[in-house]
Ligand binder design. Structure first.
Ligand SMILES: *Cc1c(COP(=O)(O)O)cnc(C)c1O
Length: 416
């Protein structure tokens, strides 16, 4: 992990430095083509840098959900499965997410949690890989749930888990590799892994690539179709702002759909769900990834929230995200006393997601004090401060203020 220790030798930034950075922030905000998106969100006058954990609420969503509850459920009741499009929501909302992750329509289905979709994807990928391959390579630095679920999937399918750092995947691949489960962006450090290169390496070894997009979808271009990804999963309550516990999604590349053999073949994925036959026959297309009755209220909350993306180009989001994280790091360097924090987020753009993770000795109390002052990030124990930059509603003045407040908090707790 490349670490950049702050080399600022001042204990406090000079007034001129502060003035210059504030002015730069104002100019950058004035030139920001995504600046108008911010007013679509319900925000307060604090700085919200935790949208990589729970995205902010788009302000129009409550009225839409109110309609789902009072009219669609309250008045139409059972008719809404047809008349309000409830039954087809998993595929319809999947098609709304598709352009954000570079997928053509018909390959993404929404439903269940990311954890459950990791299970479906890993087992189905192991079945696609076929006999004679008995290893599942799993990102050793992964968000824990992916590792837990993959381990159980491996026991069920008779495979062996091989934990491996993403950079070491090419060397670990071989004729025994069935499946490789990777994260595009590391949830802790914010490191962006090489999805095109690693997917190509997995394919060259004859294995199946499963990508977890939780920390990349909505923050940067993913290019699922372009890079030939086999299967992918991701959550919708982070950068996609779908709301607490909003359902996750599963991508199965069209070429794999016929061979996608779900380990959870519920009635919703049946070719004729209302035929109620004792024998299972899978539906065609992305519906094959469904399980049981979809959580309609959460799904339609997500569907409404996705309106915030209408007319947004993911490339513009990526450009702003990099500019924001660059500027935040520059402000931290200028404001924060030397040696107090160390960035564990790669400096190289090609290796950076949309968050900045700073290692700091007294991270827990520092984050508590930041939150008390309206700068909301989060903590990954024991010593990582995470700041997520969500380009739809975070601006450059926010980045400058967050760094300045961080420096104030660190100055106060110096030597404590
Ligand atoms: C956020 C996240 C999850 C969340 O899984 P849930 O089932 O929604 O709780 C899973 N994997 C990764 C990599 C994540 O970042």
């Amino acid at each position: 992990m490349s670490e950049t220790t702050n080399t600022n030798t001042n204990t406090t930034a000079s007034a001129t430095t502060t003035e210059a950075l504030r002015e730069r922030a104002l100019k950058l905000d004035a030139a920001d083509q995504l600046a108008d998106r911010r007013e679509l969100f319900a925000l307060d006058d604090g700085v919200y840098l935790d949208g990589n954990s729970l995205g902010a609420l788009p302000a129009h969503v409550p009225a839409r959900v109110q309609d789902v509850l009072t009219r669609q459920w309250g008045e139409l009741r059972i008719r809404s499965w047809e008349e309000s499009g409830w039954w087809t929501a998993p595929e319809r909302v999947g098609d709304r997410i598709a352009p954000l992750v570079g997928a053509a329509a018909g390959q993404i289905v929404v439903g269940d949690s990311t954890s459950v979709n990791v299970f479906k994807a890993v087992v189905a990928a192991a079945r696609i890989a076929g006999e004679g391959r008995d290893e599942i390579l799993v990102d050793a630095t992964t968000f824990p749930t992916d590792g837990y679920i993959a381990a159980s999937a491996a026991r069920l399918t008779g495979h062996r888990i091989v934990p491996v750092a993403p950079a070491d995947v090419p060397a670990a691949l071989g004729p025994r590799t069935a499946v490789v489960l990777l994260n595009q962006v590391d949830y802790r450090s914010g490191r962006l892994h090489d999805l095109p290169g690693l997917t190509a390496a997995v394919h060259a070894a004859g294995a199946v690539a499963v990508w977890d997009l939780c920390h990349s979808a909505g923050a940067l271009p993913v290019g699922l179709d372009e890079h030939g990804v086999d299967l992918a999963v991701g959550c919708t309550y982070k950068y996609l702002n779908g709301g607490p516990g909003s359902p996750a999604y599963l991508y199965v590349a069209e070429r794999h759909q016929a061979a996608f053999d779900s380990p959870l073949p519920g009635w919703n994925s049946h070719a004729d769900p209302f035929g109620m036959t004792p024998d299972y026959a899978p539906a065609d297309g992305s519906a094959r990834g469904r399980v049981g009755t979809p959580d309609i209220v959460s799904m339609l909350t997500l569907e409404a929230a996705l309106d915030a993306w209408d007319g947004v180009e993911v490339d513009a989001v990526r450009a702003k995200s990099l500019a924001l994280t660059d500027f935040f790091l520059e402000c931290v360097e200028a404001y924060v006393p030397a040696g107090r924090v160390t960035s564990v987020t790669p400096a190289a753009h090609a290796e950076r997601g949309s968050q900045v993770a700073l290692r700091c000795d007294d991270a827990e109390s520092v984050m508590r004090r930041l939150i008390e002052r309206g700068v909301v990030g989060d903590l990954r124990r024991p010593d990582v401060l995470r700041f997520g930059f969500t380009p739809l509603y975070v601006g450059f003045a926010d980045a400058e203020r967050a760094a300045r407040v961080l420096a104030e908090v660190l100055a106060e707790t110096a030597g404590a």
